[in-house]
Structures are given as structure tokens and as C-alpha cells.
Design a protein around this ligand. Structure first.
Ligand SMILES: O=c1ccn([C@H]2C[C@H](O)[C@@H](COP(=O)(O)OP(=O)(O)OP(=O)(O)O)O2)c(=O)[nH]1
Ligand SMILES: [Mg+2]
Length: 155
């Protein structure tokens, strides 16, 4: 893997399944590149399944690939992703897979090979070295979190 940080304007994609089209954005300027399922899948309510997308990519160092659900399938059928957004590391050269989950309480979801089941979003990411310290600087929030600012009971 090159240490150089090239422009993320170009993303190298390998089609591991040549019978599926190259993934694409539905419209120019869309953030997400729609990913196809390589397999049929039958998801019972509450069940999950890891499905392949048939592609491998070479993300430039300094970027990350995020695998997000598609909103249409989420709203219509309750299809989501267990680990949303999935993280694809720049050095990963294996097949991108998606851990789909059916969040509908009663209806199964049928996925067909070739369905667009998720979307890949590429973002720049900071890669700081970690420095261990004994104290952190003070802030107005301090250690308050999980509802500490009001509106509901803090944890
Ligand atoms: O939705 C996803 C999430 C991850 N991956 C691949 C690419 C990523 O670089 C690798 C590892 O992902 P992650 O770091 O989230 O998983 P882990 O459980 O920490 O595995 P590892 O020990 O391999 O890092 O798995 C996918 O194909 N799809
Ligand atoms: Mg990991």
C-alpha cells in the first residue's frame, strides 16, 4: 500500500463477480455508490445475513469507505445493516460484504442477486498518532454525556 495520499477523485474497483455491473451512483453528485448483492437472501424478521457485493476496492490512504443502508429499502421493508455504517479500511483488498438485518417485526425480506442493498460512501479520515497522557484539558462539557444537557434523565 502506498504511503502517498493521492486525490480520492478516482477509486480503483475490482469486479470479483463479472456478471454484475460495476457499482455506480444513481445520479451524478450522489454521495453513495450503490452496491449489488451477489446472492439471493431470505431474511426472516430480526434475522441477519452477511452478503457479498462482488467488488474489492483500493481506497487511497487517508480515506475510509463507509457502508450505509439505503433509505428506500429501510423505509419500505425495514432492511438495515447490523454494523451501520460498516468500515472499509484503506488497506482492505478483500470482497466488500454487508451484514444485512431485517428490522421489520413481522415480514420477511427477500433479496435477489443483483439487488442494490447498500451504498458505499468514501470520506477523508484523520489518522492521528496516539499519545498517552495523564491529564486531559478542561472543557465546559467535562465528563457530562448521555443526556447530561437535559431533556431526559441522564444515565
Ligand atoms: O461492512 C463491512 C465492514 C467491514 N468490511 C471489511 C473491510 C474492513 O476493512 C474489514 C474489517 O472491518 P472491521 O475493522 O470493522 O472489523 P473487525 O471486526 O475489527 O475485523 P478486523 O479484525 O479484520 O479489523 O472488513 C466489509 O467488507 N464490510
Ligand atoms: Mg478492525
Amino acid at each position: 500500500m502506498s504511503d502517498r495520499i493521492p486525490s480520492p477523485a478516482l477509486l480503483r474497483v475490482r469486479r470479483l463477480d463479472r456478471d454484475l455491473p460495476l457499482p455506480a451512483r444513481a445520479h451524478p453528485g450522489d454521495a453513495g455508490v450503490d452496491l449489488y448483492s451477489t446472492t439471493d437472501a431470505h431474511l426472516r424478521p430480526g434475522h441477519r445475513q452477511l452478503v457479498g457485493t462482488g467488488i474489492a476496492i483500493a481506497l487511497p490512504v487517508g480515506t475510509v469507505g463507509l457502508i450505509h443502508p439505503r433509505s428506500g429499502l429501510a423505509a419500505r421493508a425495514g432492511l438495515s445493516i447490523v454494523n451501520t455504517p460498516g468500515t472499509v479500511d484503506a488497506g482492505y483488498r478483500g470482497e466488500i460484504k454487508v451484514c444485512l438485518i431485517n428490522l421489520d417485526p413481522t415480514e420477511p425480506i427477500a433479496i435477489k442477486r443483483g439487488d442494490r442493498i447498500a451504498q458505499l460512501i468514501v470520506q477523508r479520515v484523520e489518522l492521528p498518532e496516539l499519545e498517552e497522557v495523564d491529564e486531559l484539558d478542561d472543557t465546559s462539557r467535562g465528563v457530562g454525556g448521555y443526556g447530561s444537557s437535559g431533556g431526559h434523565a441522564a444515565l
